[in-house]
Structure formats: C-alpha cells, structure tokens
Design a protein. Structure first.
Lengths: 395, 395
C-alpha cells in the first residue's frame, strides 16, 4: 500500500505535450461491431438515415420546392454533402462559425437563418462572404440599424451578401411583425448595393411540435398565410421576393404543398427524436424513422436498478430524458454522467453489468452538439466515424 | 440581384485546409472590456472565483480534511492548477478522458469517482496508470468481476492503480449496499497486488440539493453514518481504510466537520449556479457567490420581448433556464440558439438591440461542458481566456 499522504514527485515535463488529447479519442473504427463501440457514443443507423433523406427529397420534388436542410441539427460536413448529393440546394445554419465550417468544407450555398447583431460579428460575416465570394452566403434581418451596419462592413471588406427579411409567422421570437414592416425593411435592403434582397425567412418553430395533425396543419397554414401576406405586399411594392424559405420537420409537408414556400428548411427529419415521436403522425406525409441513438453501457447494477454511463453530458434533457429502445425499463433520473434505468414491467430484457443499451435522445439538435463523433453504422457494423465538425460553434 | 437558381462554381480546393476552424475562435483577448466579449460566452468573475476557492480551503483546513475538488465541474487545467496551488491534494473526475487531460496537464493526483466497466475502457485506464506511474490515479469499484478484470489488465500493462470501494450512502446510483458487501469487495481488491486498496468512496449526490438546512444536514449525516459503518467493518476485518472520500458543495460543511470524511470532493462551489442558489443558506457555513455567467446579446427586440443569442447550446436547462442577473425580466422560453427575455415588471433596465446580458446558468457542470473557452474577467476587464481542456470528454 502506498502512503496516501506521501509527496508525489513532479512529472517529467515531456508528458505535457506527448499525451494524446481525448477529443481525438474515437469511439470506434470502421468494421467494429455495434457492441464494440466505446460508450457513451452517438450512433447513426445509416440505412434509416438514407431512407429518411430519400423520403424528404422525394416529397419535396413531388411538391416542386427546394430543400435547404438545417445543418444546426447535424453540424457535420459528411451529412451536409450527402444532403447536397441527394438534391439539397445547400444548408441552413444559425451561427457564423457554422457557416465557416460548411463553406470551408465545400458546401457552396449557406443561409444563416438568424439575425447577426454587433459590428464584431457583422465584420466576421462580411469577411467570410469575401473569402467565399464564389459561393452563396445569406443572412436574415429584422432591424434597420443592422441592415445599415451590414452594408457598411460589406463595403469595408469588399463583400456582398444575400439578405432575407425575417417575418414573424407565429414563433414570437424574431422577425418583423407586419407586411408593412417587411416592405419598409426590404426597401432599406434595396438601398445598399452590397446586399442582395432574396426574399423572406418565415419559420414557425412552435408549430413543429403541435401534437395533433389538425393543430399542426392549421398552425403551418396560419404561418404560411402571414408569409404570403408579406410576399404580396413586397411584390405590390415592386420589390423582389424570389424565395420564401422556412418550415421544419413537423410542418414541411404542409409548407411544401402550399403555394407560399419556395424552399423548406427541415433539420431533424434525418435523425428524429423522442420529442418528434410524440407528434401524431400524418398518414398522408412520409414517415421518418429514428436513426440517431445514444449507445450506453450498464456500469453498475443492483437488482432492477441499472446505472448507465450516459447522462447530461451525452444527451440533452430539455425535451425529456432519452428513451430506451427496449421495453420494460425506463430512465427515471439523469445526472451529469449517469442515467438510472429502472424496471417498470417484466416485458423487457434481463440486464447484466457491461451490457450496452441503445437510447433515443429526447431532442436531437442539442444532443448532437455534445459529441465530437457520430459513429455511422449499417446492419450492426461500423461503416465510418464522422466528426461533428461544427460542434460547439456558438459564435 | 443574383439569380438564386444559377449554378454555383466549385470552390477552389485550397480553402478546405486554409479556413480557420471555429473551435479556435476565441471570444475575447486579454485586456478586452466585458462588453467587448463575443457572445454567447462563458464568463468567470475571477475575484469571486478566488474568494470562493479561498473560503473552501479555509473551511477544510479548519476542519482538518483534505480537499479534492471535482474537476467535472470546470474541466479546466488552469482551474485545477489554481486549486492545487491553494492546497487541494489533486482533483476528482468521472471519465478516463478527463483523467488523461489532468494527468497529462501536470495534475499529480487524480481520482475517478466512478466505476469503469468493460475491458476496452479498463485497458485504457491501466495504460494511463502505466504512463503516469509516478503520479496517483484512483478508481472506484462496486463489483467483483470488474476488480478481477482490472487486476488482469493492470498485470498485462504492468500498471498499478489506487482503488476505492464505492458505498451507496443514499444516492441509489452505484456502490455496494451494505458494510458486509464493502468488506467482501475490499477483500477481493486486497487479493490483487496491482491494486492498492485506499478506502471508501461515499458520495450522497441527492443530499446536495435538499433545500432546507435541517434536511440537508440530516441527509449528509445519514450518508456519513453509512460510510462510517462500512469503515468500521473494514477496520474490524483488518482491512485498510486510509481515506473516506465524498461530499459536495451542498453538504461539505457537515462532511468536513463530522468525524467520517478524510477528504471532500466539492465541485460547484467555485462557480455556483441558479440551482444551488435555491438551497437555503446555512449561516454557520462559508457562503459562495455566483462567479460563472453566460454573456449574451440581444439579437432581436420587439417592445418588451427580447431575443438573446444564447440557448440550449450555450447553457443546460436540466435545472431550469438561466436567470438574468438584473431584475424586471425573466427567460420564459429557450430554444437551440435563443432565449426569450420578457419583462415581468418595471424594476429592470430598458433593453436595446445589441445590449449584452449576464445570465446565471441553472446548472454549472453541463453548461461548462458546452463551451470551448472560459473568459476570465477581473473588475470588468478580461484577464485571460482559458481552454476548457476536458470539454466533451465522455469516454
């Protein structure tokens, strides 16, 4: 036994630089079996992912709308390129740092579906537009002073940007409130030659999660009607409105098949999550399957109480805890690095120490953002391990 | 106006490697003013941090216990070294990846207060112990088969490890249930010459957040009594129990001043959060102040409704949303990258577009884990920007 109070010699300084940093630690290698993946890992079922993507692109093609998937869900160049290869025009994102990753990684059309405020951020945006002047980069506005600052920094940086006027279509978050305000702001954009007025951003976030089909459809139609009113007013005022863009996984089928949206922005459909699963399915719309999971290990076991090695740092709980893919057990408590599985009936499997459990995250977007890697699995075998390139890009 | 449907030329391939990756994007530089920090950023008030650390070390010194702060809260070498310089014996962590960071960064005594299960993980742990054989590395156990596997991989890797038997003292998560089981498991540890039986891990997580002082104190005492019973049984059986370690920010004062714990493991005290602030203060114990904040920007404004640029990817909401440091406003909704501030009365400041707001996170540990940087501020000026070295180390 060592003396716990004995002084510990200083480490040789050489260790400092030679130790592998764990963000480079990959939970799996191609060819590994599902059960070999280190935990807690984010696992993507590629067959389901492919099917989800194909269904969305087919539905959009049938409706004649463009698809610009929201990359805030996946933050991955591998996925963005698969979406573009399947026919997406490019991606949306929320942050300049994300746009840097996607443009830098070869995606040629990126829309920041968000307002960017403050000269430091606006200058960074203009610099990005300048570097990628051969690509498309767009941003949303809902304020006059920001349009003027944006124009100024674009002139200073010799850059040009696509601009969308955001209309509040029921989200109560950002965007101008009325068609008249949209016209006034669009006129302001038109005054600045560095800025290209592209159209309207019209996203009804809260509509996505209305549980019943009629409520969800009605919320989507109300949002579309607001967007349509703004578009009419723009056109009557002689202003361009090439693109009305918006819509998400919950409402895309109504958005795509109405006559308002030219482009839809669904994000979660590639993965799905426990929250979206609580939406009543519209049987007239394509169905998406859970493709994204957290793989966890039973690290402690007492009778009908199992502790998993995945907690708040492996999945977000803003839409409830993750849900096991097997019956008979549920997660009743989540702490930083642990989840507590308890038996609720006899229908499920026996659980042994070291067993691995697949969980469906409550909310996919903030869950993906916790991880450095997505382990891409097909038929139980690891096909590839993808970096989550824009993980943590909050700026 | 550009034609939105025009084909976009391929980018020059050179961009791929030359684009700066945004995880290197630092939100501030030393010398910047608070208002210049890019948002959403994690901001640490150094005067308060220093005072919190000093108060904890003084209370522990007065009680005659060792302090091993929990590094899962901060995941930062800068902070770990400050804790050691203030008298901490080393740090705790939860994951092997965290232990790699802290040992690799020069912390010489690391305890993983967690069970490690599975041969792949155990081998990584043994390899780490071998590389840092001049330092102390400990781990917790609550299962016979794991002890035997640990011994095997230690033999294979020519490594030795400190081992603590975890006792369930009320957390209902991991740990053996009875003193008799603790003795049996400790005997098993003693059979393996590569493993050094150090003592008991006894952490009552749920006791930390009991709101009333009497309930919290009683829960701490019940936990300590269970730890004491296991220690007695170990000693009566002729087994070593040099260290009983455990306790957190909510109960440390009772743990430190009882006669059971040799070492306390508080983590959150350096930062505090909105959840700990809901604990009734024990006026006999040192008080800790909020030192950790999210700095956010008002990115859209409509009357008494302001949208901040910090959401689920800038702070965790498992213990409720972040709380403004100013009166008159509260956060009523949080989405991926946004929080909605609404006015609740006239006591607060007027808010303008572009204004910055300081928020107190609901739960510090998972909030820190979302960020790459902590901006260390003293008297309104940036003193340093620290990497969150073990951010995202879930393996």
């Amino acid at each position: 036994m060592r003396d716990p109070l004995a002084p510990i010699p200083r480490r040789p300084d050489a260790w400092l630089d030679s130790t592998p940093m764990s963000s480079h630690w990959m939970p799996a290698q191609p060819g590994d079996k599902l059960a070999d993946i280190d935990t807690p890992a984010l696992v993507l079922d590629l067959d389901r992912f492919d099917a989800n993507l194909e269904r969305m692109m087919a539905a959009a093609a049938a409706a004649g709308v463009r698809v610009r998937p929201h990359a805030k869900s996946h933050k991955s160049l591998q996925i963005a390129h698969r979406q573009v290869a399947a026919g997406a025009v490019g991606v949306c994102c929320q942050k300049i740092g994300e746009a840097e990753v996607f443009l830098g990684g070869g995606v040629r059309d990126v829309l920041i579906t968000n307002e960017i405020v403050g000269v430091r951020k606006l200058r960074r945006l203009a610099q990005l537009a300048k570097v990628f002047s051969g690509a498309r980069l767009g941003v949303c506005v809902d304020d006059f002073s920001v349009v003027r600052q944006l124009s100024l920094v674009c002139a200073e940086e010799d850059a040009g940007l696509d601009v969308y006027v955001e209309v509040d279509v029921g989200q109560n978050r950002a965007g101008v409130a009325t068609p008249e305000e949209a016209v006034e702001l669009a006129r302001e954009v038109m005054r600045h030659p560095r800025l290209t007025l592209m159209g309207l951003q019209a996203y009804a976030g809260s509509a996505q999660h209305r549980r019943g089909v009629p409520e969800r459809r009605d919320a989507a139609r109300r949002a579309a009607a607001k967007a349509a009113a703004a578009r009419s007013q723009l056109r009557e005022s002689g202003l361009a409105c090439e693109i009305v863009t918006g819509g998400g996984t919950g409402t895309f089928i109504y958005d795509a098949n109405g006559d308002v949206y030219d482009e839809i922005q669904p994000g979660s459909f590639i993965f799905m999550d426990a929250d979206y699963a609580r939406n009543q399915a519209d049987t007239d719309a394509p169905q998406f399957e859970h493709s994204l999971f957290i793989l966890a290990t039973v690290m402690s076991l007492r009778g009908d109480r199992a502790t998993l090695d995945a907690g708040l740092k492996a999945f977000s709980t803003d839409s409830g805890p993750a849900r096991p893919t097997f019956t008979g057990w549920h997660i009743h408590a989540v702490s930083d690095e642990h989840s507590m599985l308890t038996r609720i009936d006899e229908s499920g499997p026996a659980i042994r120490l070291g067993a691995k459990a697949l969980l469906i995250p409550g909310h996919c977007d903030p869950t993906v953002n916790l991880h450095d890697w997505i382990v891409a699995v097909r038929k139980g075998k690891v096909e590839d391990v993808w970096r989550i390139d824009a993980r943590g890009m909050v700026f």
